[in-house]
Design a protein around this ligand. Sequence first.
Ligand code: HEC
Length: 124
Amino acid sequence: MNRYTTTLAFVAGLTCAVGHAVAAELDGEVLFNTHCRNCHTAVKDDHRLGPSLHGIVGAEAGKASGFAAYSGSLKGFSWDEATLDKFMASPASVAPNTSMIYPPVESPEQRKAIIGFIKSKSTQ
Ligand code: HEC
């Protein structure tokens, strides 16, 4: 291999690694597992530290049946994609006394991908 082909191989490898990182970054399931799965599933009635997020888009806040550990702060509104997005970026901006304390998802694209994943699970 001369120097030119070595460089080419290096650049190709790099491009591939970057492409992979971007795909993973926007894979809703991976993002959900990273940011939410410690406390949530998207499986119906499968509550953990937080309530199941199955069917959350369109659902009334704070009403997952069988989940007893709500703070009382999530009430009086229904979840749509905009409120979910805001909640993930800053839970307290939506529900000031919420007990959901976690490092917010800073990237709007990542939040969108997570909502897409939850929606895809909600029809199953
Ligand atoms: C450290 C645990 C934890 C993590 C991590 C976490 N949550 Fe929560 N989540 C909770 C708890 C606890 C509640 C109940 C909050 C309350 O009652 O105020 C909750 C509530 C919610 C609700 C409201 C559900 C309802 O029935 O109204 C949504 C939506 C939600 N979480 C989405 C997410 C998403 C999306 C992620 C990942 C980006 C996430 N949460 C990460 C603990 C967590």
